[in-house]
Design a protein around this ligand. Structure first.
Ligand SMILES: NC(=O)c1ccc[n+]([C@@H]2O[C@H](COP(=O)([O-])OP(=O)(O)OC[C@H]3O[C@@H](n4cnc5c(N)ncnc54)[C@H](OP(=O)(O)O)[C@@H]3O)[C@@H](O)[C@H]2O)c1
Length: 297
């Protein structure tokens, strides 16, 4: 029997005009790159980020450039009622929800003992609890017009235990395992769940400083957020549930899963040298490293 070509599958399930995407953490970085890709496909958007992040200006720019409807929701997803308020915004949308991209996330870098507990808690509240709450709340809307998609953003860190990012890496391991379990749970329901595990991206001063001070592999595996967004959406539309952009990152993830722990620890120290660098909440450096030229396929 002839099997349909991948690009045919992609076209059949393509997202476009008449579909709405809700993207968290869309004021910059990967979230903004995802918003740009969805707007370019003709999708209406609901974008969320913290207040005073320039989200309104981004929304206006996307609406004008692509002729789509864009709603900006400035709110704190970790605050009481934050995810509820965002989910309520969907009721005002004229187009059905076809994509929920749980992208908002914060890093938390430093030794556990000397890192403020509030930062560790905020990392778990945003990366995990807000993601679970929003997914749970929006599943019924996603089920209404299949096929629809949940794209959860984890990290390459999800495959490792990382001494200088213990809470962040664990929070992303939660996203990875939760998403893969939910993907199984929802198979056949018309809602596909994919989890994206990018390596380093040059999105903010903290990640740039980290890449610049990291090992050779960190610099070689680093990708531009627009490349990652394009790759993630294409792979998601092809039905992939686990998406790891870049062959170096895929190799590292495989090692993280199958290698004995001392080997995995050696790999992780060569990707992220064990040197303390600023996080994305307190970074002062704006030094930029060059993204690699590695191919994503
Ligand atoms: N950068 C990397 O190297 C890297 C690597 C692997 C995985 N990731 C993951 O990829 C995702 C995107 O990363 P990124 O580097 O593009 O992030 P980013 O540039 O730091 O942007 C984070 C986004 O989340 C929003 N946000 C933060 N706290 C929020 C809150 N409490 N409520 C609502 N929105 C909030 C931010 O809004 P404001 O603009 O208002 O702050 C911003 O829009 C994250 O989940 C991250 O963990 C990143």
């Amino acid at each position: 029997m002839l099997r349909p070509h991948r690009s045919m599958i992609e076209r059949r399930l393509a997202l476009g005009p008449g579909h709405c995407a809700l993207i968290t953490g869309a004021s910059h970085g990967l979230g903004l790159a995802l918003a740009r890709q969805c707007a370019a496909r003709g999708m209406d958007l609901i974008l969320a980020a913290l207040p005073d992040s320039g989200l309104d200006a981004r929304a206006e720019e996307l609406a004008t450039t692509h002729g789509v409807s864009v709603r900006a929701e400035a709110l704190d997803l970790t605050a009481d009622g934050g995810t509820e308020a965002l989910a309520d915004a969907l009721q005002e949308s004229a187009t059905p929800l076809a994509l929920l991209a749980n992208n908002a996330g914060v890093s938390c870098i430093g030794r556990f003992e000397t890192t403020a507990l509030e930062r560790s808690e905020n990392c778990i509240l945003l990366n995990d609890l807000a993601l679970v709450r929003l997914t749970r709340r929006l599943l019924s809307a996603l089920r209404q017009e299949p096929p629809s998609y949940v794209l959860n953003v984890a990290s390459l860190a999800a495959f490792f235990s990382m001494p200088l990012k213990p809470v962040y890496a664990a929070s992303k391991a939660f996203v990875l395992n939760f998403s893969l379990a939910l993907a199984q749970d929802l198979r056949g329901s018309g809602v596909q769940v994919s989890v994206l595990c990018p390596g380093a991206m040059l999105t903010h001063a903290g990640s740039c400083a980290q890449v610049a001070s990291g090992g050779l592999l960190a610099r070689q595996s680093c990708l531009d957020p627009s490349q990652v967004a394009d790759y993630a959406l294409r792979q998601m539309l092809r039905g992939r549930e686990l998406i790891i952009p870049g062959w170096i990152n895929r190799l590292a993830a495989t090692l993280g899963r199958v290698a004995p722990r001392p080997v995995a620890e050696a790999v992780i120290s060569s990707i992220f040298e064990r040197r303390e660098t600023p996080s994305n909440d307190d970074a002062a450096s704006t030094h930029r490293a060059s993204p690699s030229r590695e191919t994503l396929e």
